[in-house]
Design a protein around this ligand. Structure first.
Ligand SMILES: NC(=O)c1ccc[n+]([C@@H]2O[C@H](COP(=O)([O-])OP(=O)(O)OC[C@H]3O[C@@H](n4cnc5c(N)ncnc54)[C@H](O)[C@@H]3O)[C@@H](O)[C@H]2O)c1
Length: 258
């Protein structure tokens, strides 16, 4: 039987590299993105997410083998509330909505692209974590508003931290359903999202000054390789894990936490 996968954010950067990797492994890929995809959809709104989910389920006939949720917005996007919507709800709504189709797949697995930023604002200090998990958009908006010029950073790190937590919380139910679920946490990766940060006067210099221990930024293909591994049967016992693919950033910033 041929294999079918869903990749969100498939039009650019890491999602496009994941798409190429899955196609090379023989998968038929249903891409979801704002443009240049099989399913054109806006994951920033509840209505857009419902429509994208329905279109994907229609296309795959209710059966999927792999899901890679890569769509996301960086710190520079305005309004910052949209960063939180896409990075958290744009992933979780699809993840939960695609589980029944994955249960019918062959060696099914899903990977969520989080970020090494998810480790830098831990859950205990995440001021938008609980509001995101509760779907309290007004509370998220109020906290971001109060963060002033740091709202983009907070929306990004807070949504990625809440995302990794939400995935880990699903390990029990997804394990029982027979579907493996993991996150990949990339560090600085050469994509349009990173370029937007480099060009932003608020963040550009800090990104330029920060060299990962490995001495360079990642190519999108290096993140896609980790996603491909987690989706493959080579990772058949890896479940509920976060695979950090960051050139050593996490190790140097939090050597005693893992
Ligand atoms: N590039 C990095 O340094 C880096 C580091 C850590 C994590 N990440 C994460 O990797 C993922 C991919 O990022 P990238 O760097 O490849 O960025 P990118 O901008 O190249 O690609 C992101 C894709 O998501 C799509 N997207 C954005 N908003 C959307 C929406 N509302 N609805 C549907 N699709 C939407 C975009 O159209 C784009 O094709 C993101 O989740 C990002 O947070 C990136």
């Amino acid at each position: 039987m041929s294999l079918t996968s869903v990749v969100t954010g498939s039009a650019s950067g890491i999602g496009a590299a994941v798409r190429r990797q899955l196609e090379a492994a023989g998968h038929g890929v249903i891409g979801v993105d704002l443009h240049d995809a099989e399913v054109i959809g806006n994951l920033a709104t509840a209505e857009g997410r419902r429509a994208a989910l329905a279109a994907v389920l229609d296309r795959c006939g209710g059966r999927l083998d792999a899901v890679a949720l890569c769509a996301g917005l960086g710190t520079t996007f305005e309004p910052a509330t949209t960063i939180a919507q896409v990075n958290y709800h744009g992933v979780i709504d699809l993840l939960d909505g695609l589980l029944p189709a994955l249960r019918r797949g062959e060696h099914p697995a899903a990977v969520v692209v989080s970020s090494v930023a998810s480790t830098q604002l831990p859950w205990e200090k995440n001021p938008i974590g609980e509001a995101l998990a509760a779907g309290d958009d007004a509370r998220v908006a109020a906290v971001l508003e109060g963060a002033g010029d740091m709202r983009g950073n907070l929306a990004y790190a807070g949504s990625k931290n809440a995302l990794t937590v939400a995935v880990r919380e699903r390990a029990k139910a997804w394990g029982a359903a027979g579907v493996r679920l993991n996150t990949v946490a990339p560090g600085a990766t050469q994509t349009p999202l990173l370029e937007a940060g480099l060009n932003d006067p608020r963040y550009g210099q800090a990104i330029r000054d920060f060299i990962p221990p490995i001495g360079r930024r990642a190519a999108p293909e290096e993140i896609a390789a980790a996603v491909g591994f987690l989706l493959s049967t080579a990772a058949s016992y890896v479940h509920g894990a976060q695979l950090v693919v960051d050139g050593g950033i996490d190790a140097v910033s939090r050597p005693t936490s893992f």
